[in-house]
Design a protein around this ligand. Structure first.
Ligand code: NAP
Length: 485
């Protein structure tokens, strides 16, 4: 068994946007899976809220359909499904209007001792509106939690405004900003590997680490959400949040305790130590059409678009631990594979006593988030057999599904994060000042390329991005890892 179930107190989780895509694909299935491992306590209620005029029975039917579509069939046990569906309720609420708020307040008032959490699975424009309405309806108690998810602003000014709007009614300790990458087992394991083993920490610095590569690659394009994506681009959509969070966890100092604010203080220090980016540290790309596949410009229906569907960045952290070690970040759409990983590449031994072998890449620790979550250590060994001392490289493989007994038992990121909200543990959530600091780093460079009117470079679908992305690392004598599963 991979996960240990820690009981939580009875709760009411109100999902605004309960009829939407995120609720159906992630939130409701995750809650069911927690019920299936007996973590959802008796009496817990999941209350859907959206404008659609629906009865409780109709919403339960919709919830059942979501479970059937998004939960593995072998986990769908009839008695558990029935139990889950019985915990689900619905109130039609118009976030922007007056309808439904009194009914919601009445329902929540039935269980005043329940932990109360409001998950805003709606367009970000509604975050502040809903926060105001929750306060006005008297349902936001001093212990309620509010959960929001990216995009948290589109620049520093809008992120600040959002933080200010939320904090009118909620303290920082009540605000849970989700970055679902932080809920992934491997990402948490990065902290365990670093801080629960004496082996790595002495080597975890510029003296021994040659460079770090963080890759979040997708093989699909933006078709289907082109309009949203074109206003955002890879920098805002991926770098400012997910890649920055992975960078922080890789580079941060050990906190004194594994305590939410201490962990977040250390992450914030990393962001504040980042050297301002220069245009020469960045390569932007847009995928072109090939064969029957459409181009980025076709997908977003905007032939003039200069938004990037790919970005590669060379970042430097100006502190004692990391000065001189580049951190390369890249993310993009329609690349050769769907893959997310962090690769920490160690320096070569100071002197080799063996004959030189050209294609050896040296020691690396590869932390794979998807697919096949796990950690691999690349080590150099003697090629087995006679014929002298020939060297080769092998992976020491710690794929969790293999090591710990089956992928099915790995909890999904949202399961962990929602239960952390109920438990009141903010360790894996972004603090407002982190979000603002991340925008402070990316904003000037977005402004700079907008002012320069620079165009992203074209790249072939199924490739590893534009040619200049190769040059970004090769000019430093480094090579990107292949994007392959
Ligand atoms: P969606 O499918 O468009 O759903 C939006 C939901 O909001 C619907 O349930 C809609 O229901 C409800 N809604 C709209 N206006 C409302 C109003 N005035 N009052 C109350 N409810 C209202 O969106 P989504 O994909 O689920 O995304 C939700 C949020 O999560 C967005 O901020 C998105 O950026 C973020 N997000 C989504 C994903 C994902 O995988 N989908 C991933 C990361 C982040 P009615 O029309 O019935 O009101």
């Amino acid at each position: 068994m991979v996960s240990t179930v820690i009981p939580v107190q009875p709760f009411d989780l109100v999902i605004f946007g309960a009829t939407g895509d995120l609720a159906k694909r992630k939130i409701l299935p995750s809650l069911y899976r927690r019920l299936a491992v007996h973590q959802m306590p008796e009496g817990a209620r999941v209350i859907g809220a959206a404008r659609s005029k629906m009865t409780r029975a109709e919403f339960r039917k919709q919830t059942l359909a979501a479970l059937q579509e998004f939960v593995a069939p072998d986990l769908l046990k009839p008695d558990l499904v029935e139990q889950f569906i019985a915990s689900v309720d619905y109130v039609p609420v118009d976030a922007g209007g007056e309808d439904g708020w009194a009914q919601l307040a009445k329902k929540l008032g039935e269980k005043p001792d329940h932990i109360r959490a409001f998950y805003l699975s709606v367009a970000p424009a509604l975050f502040a509106v809903i926060a105001d309405k929750l306060a006005a309806a008297g349902v936001a108690t001093p212990s309620s939690r509010i959960v929001v998810e990216k995009p948290l602003g589109k620049d520093l000014a809008s992120a600040r405004a959002l933080n200010a709007q939320l904090s009118k009614h909620f303290t920082e300790a009540q605000i849970y900003r989700i970055d679902h990458y932080l809920g992934k087992e491997t990402v948490q394991n990065l902290m365990a590997i670093r801080f629960a083993n004496a082996l790595f920490e002495p080597l975890w610095n510029a003296r021994y680490v040659d460079h770090v590569q963080i890759t979040v690659a997708e093989n699909l394009g933006v078709a289907g959400r082109g309009e949203y994506y074109d206003k955002s681009g890879a920098m805002r959509d991926m770098v400012q949040n997910h890649l920055m969070q992975l960078l922080c966890l890789t580079a941060m100092e050990p906190p004194a305790h594994f305590e939410p604010n201490m962990v977040r203080d250390e992450k914030l220090k990393v962001i504040r130590s980042l050297e301002p980016l220069k245009l020469s540290d960045i390569v932007r790309g847009q995928y072109r059409a090939n064969g029957s596949g459409s181009s980025y410009l076709d997908d977003v229906k905007n032939p003039q678009s200069r938004t990037e569907s790919f970005i590669a960045i060379r970042a430097h952290i100006q502190n004692w631990r990391w000065a001189g070690t580049p951190f390369y970040l890249r993310t993009g759409k329609k690349l050769s594979a769907r893959l997310s990983e962090i690769c920490v590449v160690f320096r070569d031994p100071p002197h080799s006593i063996f004959p030189k072998v050209d294609d050896l890449r040296g020691n690396a620790l590869i932390i794979r988030l998807q697919p096949n979550e796990g950690i691999t250590m690349r080590v150099t060994i003697k090629d087995p057999g006679p014929g002298g001392m020939r060297l080769t490289e092998v992976p020491l493989d710690m794929t969790f599904a293999k090591a710990l007994g089956g992928e099915a038992e790995m909890p999904e990121a949202y399961e962990r994060l929602i239960m952390d909200v109920i438990r009141g543990d903010q360790t894996l959530f972004m603090r407002g000042d982190e979000v603002e600091a991340a925008w402070s780093w990316v904003d000037p460079i977005i402004d700079a390329w907008t002012d320069a009117g620079s165009k992203p470079q074209q790249y072939d679908p199924g490739s590893a991005g534009p040619i200049d992305a190769y040059k970004l690392t090769s000019s430093d004598g480094h090579l990107w890892r292949e994007i392959a599963t």
